[in-house]
Design a protein around this ligand. Structure first.
Ligand code: CS2
Length: 465
């Protein structure tokens, strides 16, 4: 089989990008051609590369509607590298002038920034390493060294296409890279400032982690060993700022993406209404013993709470042109309720310290500034604190995944009251700006007292009847 040449390097080849970006790029090439094959890079573990190798980087996407499943073979990957095994090879790929776009999905914590302020964390070990060594470990390091090599060779830069759930993601990433470049190589910073392109994007497709049971089931259906399927909902939305170096990009519009001047309205709506609700449901749902988002919203107390939460969020959202927020919320509800998707509350609960600011705290700030109360949002913050404190309602330790987990454990080890626990968490300046923390203290303590005393389910029944 001949495949199109590689035009895109993707950093962070997880399930999400394979279920989303790869599919758009495959559709764009099917519609309009172009050399947009993708070289995927796993930045840490080899598992995905190992699973994809047997089928020469082809894999099935499994679209799960409540009543029907569709499989589709995706053959857009040309190669997969594991960065720590061979950083030179990945750098060479990023520096290759045939590559026009370097896209990335490295999750919130992959940006090594301070979530509350958006500033680069120069104390982050990966950033320190990448400023001192020519072979990087972080995504930012690969982008920076790759751009440095392009400039040294007299080539144009690649477009940096950020596909993570961060506000104004391209602009944020540009700022982080510039901070690094100013330390490492100030003329490079100037070049990136004038020549670099960092379109913002809003990405949306619910993609739960693939399990071993999924692999076995899909392989049986296909009649061959499919070691790396990705499962996803039928829905997908990609809104992209149309700002690429030399205008060079796949025909994303032919694949159904919306090419726009500014994605801000879309991005804020999605982060606050979808991801904000996801995180609130993940913490409360997990505490109440619900395994998945679908199971959580099937519980009437949670469905009522979700509507109350959206009622608080919507007045803070400036809808994109032509979008009705109530209709958007109804569609979200149906997506969350899709029982064919087993999206674990535990999975979404991960990395809360990196997610809370843009998902819940900005919304809270806006409501407080407008003199509005926000009981549903305050309860979500209290639920995160209860979760991050490390013990579920049955007294079982939670398998907590968060870059700040060690700090949470120090707090938990002090054996504090709910009020003291809230105060200790609100003092984490990486997450809560000082002003906001002061305003949250009273209402979050009230919510926490209830959560600790009667648990998540009864708190919802009594507070959101
Ligand atoms: C989820 C997102 O894991 C999470 O934190 O909220 O991955 C969510 O499923 C996607 O953003 C949907 O587009």
């Amino acid at each position: 089989m001949t495949r199109p040449a590689t035009g895109i390097v993707h950093l962070g080849l997880g399930a999400f990008f394979r279920a989303f970006g790869c599919v758009y790029v495959a559709d764009a090439m099917a519609a309009s051609g172009g050399d947009w094959g993708i070289l995927g890079a796993c930045l840490r573990r080899p598992d995905t590369r190992d699973a994809l190798r047997a089928r020469e980087w082809a894999y099935n996407c499994v679209s799960l509607a409540p009543d029907r499943e569709e499989l589709r073979d995706i053959t857009v990957l040309n190669d997969v590298l594991v960065a720590p095994e061979n950083p030179q090879a990945l750098l060479a790929a990023v520096a290759d002038p045939q590559v026009k776009i370097v896209s990335l999905t490295v999750t919130e914590k992959g940006y090594c920034h301070d979530p509350a302020t958006g500033a680069l964390n120069f104390n982050h070990p990966d950033i320190q390493h990448d400023l001192e060594n020519p072979l990087p470990v972080s995504a930012l390091g690969y982008l920076l060294r790759g751009l440095q090599m392009r400039r040294a060779a007299g080539h144009a830069p690649f477009t940096v296409l950020c596909c993570d759930n961060l506000p104004d993601n391209g602009t944020l990433l540009r700022g982080l890279l510039l901070q690094m470049a100013k330390r490492l190589d100030p003329p490079l910073a100037g070049w990136i400032e004038t020549e670099g392109r960092f379109p913002c994007t809003m990405v949306d497709r619910i993609t739960p982690a693939t399990t071993q049971a999924d692999v076995a089931r899909i392989s049986a259906e296909l009649g061959y060993e499919e070691a790396a399927p990705v499962l996803h909902e039928p829905f997908a939305q990609w809104v992209i700022e149309d700002d690429f170096v030399g205008g060079q990009r796949p025909d994303f519009a032919a694949a159904g993406a919306e090419m726009v001047q500014s994605v801000t309205a879309h991005e804020h709506m999605k982060l606050r209404m979808l991801n904000g609700a996801h995180s609130a449901l993940a913490y409360l749902g997990y505490l109440a013993g619900h395994e998945s988002i679908a199971a959580t919203v099937a519980d009437p107390a949670f469905a009522r709470y979700l509507r109350a939460l959206w009622a608080e969020i919507m007045p803070t959202v400036q809808p994109p042109e032509g979008v009705d927020l109530e209709t958007y919320a109804d569609a979200l509800f149906a997506r969350f309720a899709n029982s064919a998707i087993h999206h674990r509350t535990w999975q979404i609960a991960m990395d809360g310290s990196q997610k809370l600011p843009q998902r819940l705290l900005g919304t809270l700030e806006d409501r407080l500034a407008a003199g509005q109360d926000a009981p549903a949002l305050m309860l979500a913050v209290a639920a995160w604190i209860r979760y991050a404190n490390g013990m579920d309602e049955t007294g079982t330790p939670i398998d907590l995944r968060d870059p700040m987990a060690a700090r949470f454990q120090e707090i938990a080890a002090q054996g504090l009251t709910p009020e003291q626990t809230v105060a200790a968490f609100l003092a984490l300046r990486e997450v809560f700006p000082e002003n906001l923390a002061a305003q949250l203290r009273g209402p979050v303590c009230d919510a926490a007292r209830r959560l600790w005393a009667i648990g998540a389910s009864r708190t919802l029944q009594e507070s959101f009847p």
